[in-house]
Design a protein around this ligand. Structure first.
Ligand SMILES: Cc1cc2nc3c(=O)[nH]c(=O)nc-3n(C[C@H](O)[C@H](O)[C@H](O)COP(=O)(O)OP(=O)(O)OC[C@H]3O[C@@H](n4cnc5c(N)ncnc54)[C@H](O)[C@@H]3O)c2cc1C
Length: 232
């Protein structure tokens, strides 16, 4: 992690769902250039041995304001997310980045299969927004799993994207645990098991992401063909 640390100022906190918050930061020293899907590291003044380093994916593509938009879910008893919830506009946090290789392929895929659970949707949303803004959205499916209907992150936005882009399919599912996703499995088998060249990208906690990568490998994908971003 060679990227230098700099201070960022808190611009705003906005409630997105009962248990998720959007946090907008402004790097004070220099703007960050990043690719959709990448993440930054926040150094938080909490925990037994501060700073506590916590990674957060960028939720919005780079913008002229230089603001960085993050979204975090409120982990019960979580030191990092608990601290972020307590921030006020003007508060300062050291950050570094961008990091990560969970980014869109260089060449246009025949079909982009994005699969995310809860806050795992954050980097996928960033990619979709970037592609849609540039008029480059390829044939694509987003499988979005949420713990409850109230926690369906970006639900209206994804519905609107599907309504305006006939080549984009939005498939939301609700299941309380990360590993109870029979419908998700069926849909993946349908999309990725028919010989079409599919680029799969999965984000979320390991209990969600890893079994789905294993499923795709059973369907004939090479391990390296399945891009994964795990949060824990
Ligand atoms: C590359 C990367 C990108 C990430 N991007 C995001 C993001 O965009 N939004 C986000 O909310 N988090 C993201 N995370 C996770 C984040 O870094 C923290 O781990 C998370 O906020 C929990 O930290 P905590 O100190 O509050 O909880 P901890 O005390 O560290 O508790 C973690 C436990 O909470 C559970 N948990 C519930 N939700 C999460 C979650 N989202 N991530 C990890 N564990 C969770 C897990 O079971 C885990 O064992 C990312 C992690 C990585 C590695």
């Amino acid at each position: 992690m060679a990227e230098p640390t700099q201070i960022a100022e808190t611009i705003s906190l906005t409630t997105l769902t009962p248990h998720t918050t959007e946090l907008v930061l402004r790097p004070i020293e220099h703007p960050l250039s990043f690719k959709p899907g990448q993440w930054i590291s926040l150094q938080l003044p909490v925990g037994d041995h501060p700073p506590l380093n916590r990674a957060y994916s960028l939720a919005e593509p780079p913008s002229a304001t230089g603001h960085l938009t993050l979204v975090f879910d409120h982990v019960p008893g979580g030191k990092g997310s608990g601290y972020l919830s307590s921030l006020k506009p003007g508060d300062r946090i050291p950050l570094s980045g961008p990091y990560g290789h969970f980014v869109l392929p260089d060449s246009e895929p025949q079909h982009l299969l994005l699969i995310g659970r809860y806050s795992g949707l954050v980097p996928l949303r960033c990619m979709l927004r970037s592609l849609a803004e540039q008029g480059l959205l390829p044939s694509s499916t987003l499988i979005a799993q949420a713990p409850t209907t109230a926690e369906q992150l970006y639900h209206e936005e994804f519905m609107a994207l599907a309504a305006t882009h006939s080549n984009f399919q939005y498939l939301p599912f609700v299941s309380d645990g990360p590993d109870s996703h029979a419908e998700t499995v069926d849909v993946i088998k349908h999309i990725a098991g028919n010989g079409r060249r599919v680029t799969p990208m999965i984000a979320g906690v390991k209990a969600f992401a890893r079994p789905l990568r294993a499923l795709l490998m059973e369907l004939g994908f090479d391990r390296r063909e399945v891009k994964l971003e795990t949060y824990d």
